[in-house]
Design a protein. Structure first.
Length: 127
């Protein structure tokens, strides 16, 4: 096998792996959400992330105030940053089961594709 054939084979295999990962991720999402749409699920997750957002904003405001009591801009900036971090952490936490299902589906499909390639390259002769 020359370099051109080898590179084409590996590019095709990489494309197969990527396609199988995307397909598996979609299956994992569908299995987790069942008949529900993704939009309402994410909306509920965002609403449940309000508490961590408020806590993060308060911690940010407090740290900004304690760092420089004269700078209101820095205090507000720290509050916004703390709120953004809190919101991100809250949304990630609320979606952890969905993320696990999507990742699991993707890995299952990738492993299936890898096994198929291995059997193509290493045929088993039972005769």
């Amino acid at each position: 096998m020359n370099l051109m054939e080898w590179s084409k084979s590996n590019v095709d295999y990489g494309r197969k792996l990527m396609d199988s990962a995307v397909e598996g991720a979609r299956e994992g999402e569908t299995d987790f959400l069942r008949d529900e749409s993704l939009g309402p699920y994410l909306e509920r997750s965002a609403l449940r992330a309000i508490a961590p957002t408020i806590i993060g904003a308060c911690v940010g405001l407090l740290s900004g105030y304690l760092a420089d009591k004269r700078s209101r801009n820095r205090t507000v900036l720290y509050g916004l940053l703390g709120g953004a971090i809190g919101f991100s952490a809250g949304v990630l936490w609320e979606n952890r089961n969905l993320t696990a299902s999507v990742a699991s589906g993707a890995w299952k499909r990738i492993n299936k594709t890898r096994d198929e390639r291995w059997f193509e390259q290493n045929p088993i002769d039972y005769a």
